[in-house]
Ligand binder design. Structure first.
Ligand SMILES: O=C(O)[C@H](O)COP(=O)(O)O
Length: 345
């Protein structure tokens, strides 16, 4: 019984929590920003607060199935929303971005793009390590690309989460898939995290470079040409997508589907790819098309943002689950971790 009450409290905290403005300012200090920039591998010249004020958007929360018998609606679930909560404006939400762990084609140094390649053993280990780093951060919803390397990363990371909720892939490809994957226990629903897959979060389509060796391609076409294909903003590789084209669909998806969830107080993890995440970070940090060129993301390193009052505040990459700095980020995250500690004693 005590556990149930606690879990309800934790559930409320997972979705709606308050933060004093003084704590917030303190936590946004330059020391944090420096640590974050190191992990993001962003050129020092790019370091800045990166706050983004989004337009106020009407909430377009995850649509529950059209079927009346659908039970799985994380948004209206009592775990996430109470009568009192509907009057409150959620003050902040956590956003975790994670590039997939090393894939079998990363290992072979092949252009991968939208080819659906799984993780290597090292990639599996990176995903597990990433999961440890975020094991105390609340997660209400997970978004992944349609590609297995991002999905493996999300699932493996969640094996490490201390809350022990179960990530469940939402099958919405057709009515039957939706109907056949229903869950009929409200209690079980409360212990699940919906995982939404979207092709818009896929790696950029690398066109006729897909499957080619990166070094051999540079030897053949010249280092400068290949660097232009890989890192320019608006020059696509032959018959592929430029970063700009990739950003168009990835950022549109983020704005339409993910940002409203953050606005409603949901804590979100996105497992995706080097270039789809570079596009999203460009949007979150308001990077210019020049600045994004030098943004490099390592495989399997989680990056944390706090969404508060329409702004994204970059908080960096949690170094280890026990590192004090991670939990000093916001009062709300510290409270969440404290409750986890109490629950798991
Ligand atoms: O698709 C690929 O080959 C990689 O995931 C990203 O490659 P890049 O670093 O060359 O953009």
């Amino acid at each position: 019984m005590a556990t149930t009450v606690f879990q309800q409290a934790l559930g409320t905290l997972e979705s709606h929590s308050c933060l004093s403005s003084s704590g917030f300012r303190h936590e946004c200090g330059s020391a944090s920003v420096r640590l974050i920039s190191k992990d993001f591998k962003v050129d020092i010249a790019l370091m800045r607060r990166g706050n983004y004020c989004s337009k106020k958007r009407s909430f377009s929360l995850i649509q529950a199935s059209t079927s009346q018998t659908t039970v799985f609606d994380p948004v209206s679930s009592p775990l996430h929303k109470t009568a009192n909560d509907s009057k409150k404006k959620p003050s902040e939400a956590a956003l975790i971005l994670i590039r997939h762990g090393e894939s079998m084609w990363n290992e072979k140094n092949l252009f991968t793009g939208c080819v659906d390649v799984p993780l290597t053993k090292k990639g599996v280990e990176e995903a597990i390590e990433a999961g440890k780093r975020i094991s105390n951060i609340p997660i209400d919803l997970i978004y992944t690309s349609a590609l297995i390397r991002a999905q493996m990363t999300a699932m493996l990371a969640m094996t490490q989460h201390r809350r022990k909720k179960v990530p469940i892939i939402q099958h919405e490809e057709n009515e039957q898939a939706r109907a056949w994957s229903q869950i009929f226990s409200e209690e079980t629903n409360k212990q699940c995290i919906p995982v939404l897959t979207a092709w818009q979060l896929n790696e950029r389509m690398y066109g006729e470079l897909q499957g080619l060796n990166k070094q051999e391609t540079a030897d053949k076409y010249g280092k400068a040409k290949v660097q232009e294909w890989r890192r320019s903003y608006d020059i696509p590789p032959p018959n592929g997508e430029s970063l700009e084209m990739c950003a168009e669909r990835a950022v549109a998806y983020f704005q339409e589907h993910i940002e409203p969830q953050l606005q409603s107080g949901k804590n979100v993890m996105i497992a995706a790819h080097g270039n789809s995440l570079r596009s999203i970070i460009m949007y979150l940090d308001k990077l210019t098309s020049q600045e994004v060129i030098s943004l490099e993301l390592s495989t399997g390193i989680p990056m944390l943002y706090i969404f508060k009052e329409g702004s994204f505040i970059r908080r960096g990459s949690p170094v280890a689950p026990t590192e004090a700095g991670v939990y000093a980020y916001t009062k709300r995250l510290a409270q969440y971790r404290q409750r986890l500690d109490e629950m798991l004693q």
